[in-house]
Design a protein around this ligand. Structure first.
Ligand code: PRP
Length: 210
């Protein structure tokens, strides 16, 4: 199956670490380090193509051309599990501002329920990177994108670890302008709307609340 606007990150370290993350025996400390490594590779790919501004730099030898990133960057984490991806982006763009959207998926209805939001002022002119490890039904991602657009965000990319085809389709149907950067596209959702094979509940596995 091919999807428009989806970057599937392909790297041996991603393949190795995804296996660690999928393994139900992996304890939270090992889960967190594997996630951090994949997050770096995802962030690197998610930040491709940012606009640059030419500047002059003086080396110890002579002046030459250099570059600065010519846009604000805002990372927005969908709580809780999105927190596991924020640091990776901040390593590349330390001056980025960080927004939070509190959202959990109701276990019965599978619908996202929002409980908190704090979004930086410069969201309107920034390149926004929305992060959440899991794209399952797509409800949390599409609601978050709708919320950010209402706040004035114009350039949003969605970075996630594992996505289901159903979630990708939903995001693309409702927000065709959004590009998705993901480390895996899994088979499907099961009757409980969990990604198959997936890795279970990312938030629980990051924070040890299983
Ligand atoms: C998970 C995950 C996404 C959402 C994906 O969060 O981190 O936010 O579900 O599902 P969807 O695509 O069907 O909306 P969860 O509700 O488990 O909350 P948590 O991050 O607090 O664990």
């Amino acid at each position: 199956m091919t999807f428009k606007n989806v970057t599937l990150v392909d790297h041996p370290v991603v393949a190795r670490d995804l296996t660690v993350l999928r393994n139900c025996e992996t304890p939270p400390p090992v889960f967190r380090s594997a996630l951090s490594r994949i997050a770096i590779i995802l962030a690197y790919n998610s930040l491709k193509g940012l606009p640059l501004k030419k500047v002059e730099v003086e080396t110890p030898i002579q002046k030459t051309d250099g570059y600065e990133i010519d846009t604000d960057v805002v990372v927005v984490s969908i709580l809780r599990a999105g927190l596991g991806l924020v640091d990776a982006v901040m390593q590349f763009i330390p001056e980025a501002k960080i927004g939070h959207l509190g959202m959990y998926r109701d276990e019965i209805t599978h619908q996202p329920v929002d409980y908190y939001s704090k979004i930086p002022e410069n969201i309107k002119q920034a390149q926004v990177l929305l992060v959440d490890p899991m794209l399952a039904t797509g409800g949390s991602a599409t609601d978050s994108i709708t919320f950010l657009k209402r706040k004035g965000a114009k350039n949003i990319r969605f970075m996630c670890l594992i996505s289901a085809p159903e979630g990708i389709k939903r995001v693309q149907d409702e927000h065709p302008d959004i590009s998705i950067i993901t480390a895996a596209i899994d088979e499907r959702l099961n009757d409980d709307a969990f990604i198959v094979p997936g890795l279970g509940d990312a938030g629980d596995r990051i924070f040890g609340t299983i």
